[in-house]
Design a protein around this ligand. Structure first.
Ligand code: GAP
Length: 429
């Protein structure tokens, strides 16, 4: 884990937030490579869950919502962790993490009785900070889709089963964040609310578990590092009847990447009651009105990015050297191609390399680098997962060919410059 964290900082994937001020703990900024990886991951999710399906529509709801949403959803009443404070060192602990519920794990001091601690961040809307103006930062993106159920029915007229998909920020005032980007107070979720007839819910849950599990495999996570775990009755969220987590074997142990839950008709019924609007679905064929059940695959963007980084990290012996290589899936790799001149003090070579890079850039994410010897440039690109290095050398000036080196195999091929774009495009699709 330390090696991944160090690589992330060294190469510009992930930085501590507000670093120059000593950092804001458990808050992270994505740098130039990090944002590309994260965007690629989100794009892959959107493609698999919106574009490649006929039954899902995309959405992007606001982070701030009417405060009643969180009363109706049960978050005001139920979304809390139990915490205890140490009477001596004043540190705060999540009860579930404590081995001895009476003794401080840090200083041995006595702990207060466990008390509920709501995880929602509160702020004020408008110029006056008073309780009537309190508003929450959403703790899940889900509610933004659920309260738009009627708008979707009225504007797009979808028939059951259908789903809504959304990617966006969520906020939780976690008592014990940690493990790099695994648990933070500000994070991104990628969620689907899939509406089904109540009798179809069990089958839909199973189908979604399989579909979502395979998505992680298809993008390259190692099979042996991925598992499904169904929740015991005592673990279920207040709205869920059943839930299965997809877990990844992180360096700190098996932990949740995504939860796939059967939320039943809980949310639509609650919002109907609290809003006074009827959120039932009318089935044309049977002339019945009913509340659909909801199957919800809910994943964390940051957790998935972390899992893909950990999974892709490799150290390999190459002769007397060790190369670090991020073997990211081609759709996730932040940069696809790097163009490198073999001799940076030969203007004709530099010029040709820059021209090739500029041309590739129009269709393929390409970088140009001439800031070191070729061995060093290769290592640098391997570390950030660049799929192909294109080297321009003296011979290229004569035979109009370049050397293309593949990241994982390090095999090299001579390719004609006028065929290069086609060659790379074929490899990358
Ligand atoms: N709408 C359902 C829901 O929010 P959840 O299990 O609480 O369910 C879903 O969260 C996913 O969001 C988790 O599987 C995880 O990937 C991500 N997530 C939740 N809390 C997080 C946190 N504090 N930091 C990073 N990711 C988090």
């Amino acid at each position: 884990m330390e090696k991944v964290v160090s690589l992330c900082k060294r190469r510009g994937f992930i930085f501590q937030s507000s670093d120059i001020y000593g950092g804001l703990s458990n808050t992270w900024d994505y740098g130039p490579y990090g944002v590309e990886l994260k965007n690629n991951l989100k794009r892959a999710w959107w493609k698999a869950n919106v574009y490649e399906r006929y039954d899902i529509l995309g959405m992007d709801a606001a982070i701030l919502m009417h405060p009643k949403v969180w009363e109706a959803s049960g978050h005001v009443q139920n979304f809390f962790d139990l915490k205890s404070d140490c009477k001596s060192c004043k540190k705060r602990f999540k009860s579930a993490d404590l081995k001895d519920k009476n003794k401080c794990p840090e200083c041995g001091g006595a702990l207060t009785e466990a008390r509920p601690f709501n995880l929602m961040f509160k702020t004020y809307q408008g110029p006056i900070e008073e309780s009537g103006n309190e508003i929450y930062m959403r703790p899940e993106t889900a509610q933004g889709m659920l309260v738009n159920f009627l708008n979707i029915l009225d504007s797009r007229h979808p028939k059951l089963p259908f789903g809504l998909a959304q990617i966006g920020k969520a906020f939780r005032n976690e008592i014990t964040p940690g493990n790099f980007t695994f648990r933070t107070r500000e994070f991104e979720q990628m969620e689907i609310e899939y509406f089904v007839k109540p009798l179809d819910a069990d089958k839909a849950l199973e189908d979604w578990i399989t579909y979502r599990f395979n998505w992680y495999l298809d993008l390259g996570l190692k099979k042996e590092s991925l598992r499904k775990r169904s929740h015991g009755k005592d673990e279920l969220a207040h709205y869920a009847r059943a839930c299965t987590d997809i877990e990844y074997n992180f360096p700190f142990g098996w932990s949740e990447l995504e939860g796939i839950a059967n939320r039943t008709d809980f949310d639509l019924k609650q919002h109907s009651q609290y809003s006074g609007r009827d959120l039932q679905y009318f089935d044309d064929s049977t002339k019945e009105r009913f509340y659909p059940y909801i199957i919800e695959p809910s994943g964390g963007v940051d957790r998935a990015v972390l899992a893909f980084l950990v999974d892709a990290y490799n150290e390999e012996k190459v002769r007397d050297d060790t190369r670090v290589v991020l073997k990211l899936h081609k759709d996730l790799a932040p940069t696809k191609v790097a163009v490198l001149p073999l001799l940076r003090n030969r203007p004709e070579i530099v010029e040709l390399a820059k021209k090739i890079a500029q041309d590739l850039k129009k269709t393929i994410i390409t970088v140009y680098d001439d800031t070191g010897a070729i061995g060093k440039l290769y290592r640098r690109q391997d570390e950030v997962g660049t799929l192909y290095c294109v080297t321009v050398d003296v011979q290229s000036l004569e035979d109009k060919q370049v050397t293309v080196r593949q990241r994982d195999t390090m095999l090299q091929e001579r390719i004609s410059i006028d065929k290069l774009k086609e060659y790379l495009s074929n490899k990358l699709t």
